[in-house]
Write a protein that binds this ligand. Sequence first.
Ligand code: SAH
Length: 259
Amino acid sequence: MQQRRPGFPARIPLVSGAAKPMAAPPARAAGFPAAALPTGLGLDSAAVRARMVQRLGAAGITMPKVLEAMGAVERHRFVDSGLVNQAYEDTSLPIGLGQTISKPSIVARMAELLLGAELVRTSGSLGRVLEIGTGCGYQAAVLSRLVREVYSIERLRGLHDKARAHLRPLRLANVHLLFGDGMLGFVQGAPYAGIVAAAGGSAIPPQWCEQLAVGGRLVAPIAGADGRQMLLVVDKTAHGLKQTVLESVHFVPLKSGVA
Ligand code: SAH
């Protein structure tokens, strides 16, 4: 697996148990660095985003931090120019190579679930999080505002490069983009306080559970025997793994290998 970790501290302490945050960048001030909006789009992006956040609240997202992050990340920057006017609708959109950007409500839902990890109750925040399926980089940008470090892995080179281009102007020092097969997790960064998958298979790869810290939480879609995908939460406790199956979801398939 090839990987690049810009701005990454020299060495990852491989500790067992709770994920120890590495030298974290200073807390980010509200808002990303000011950058000019794309011109000619006729889009008042802050107001449109505020309405999206209102709808997320009405749909049951309650954590103020999550709503704040959803309001701050400019989703229209992560989609192709022809789709910009749909960027704040609650819909998934094509991002190329047959993949999609997840709809805002599921990004917010998964973020909320991750923040429900036991480690957040015991240590106040979430340390390292591994995202499987970077896609265009949107969810990684949202997570960067909610957790200490985001490792995000993508198996399609074209999308890995696209995410890199989308995230570069945002200069998020705590996001590390990796190119590789996320079914193997990313052992060099383990243990993770959280693991979130944006693609669904018929089983959870054992590496994900192995690479989860005690007190950490995994959130992933999983397909049942009937092919229907459900959202699954796995909590790693001192006594073992505790699984909870939640609502039905629609994610692109989890695939092995890189392309
Ligand atoms: N997180 C994205 C969603 C991207 S769609 C967002 O912000 O909207 C899911 C992505 O998972 C696709 O880009 C797909 O290529 C990727 N994927 C599927 N299987 C994978 C694997 N084994 N390792 C890494 N990425 C994978």
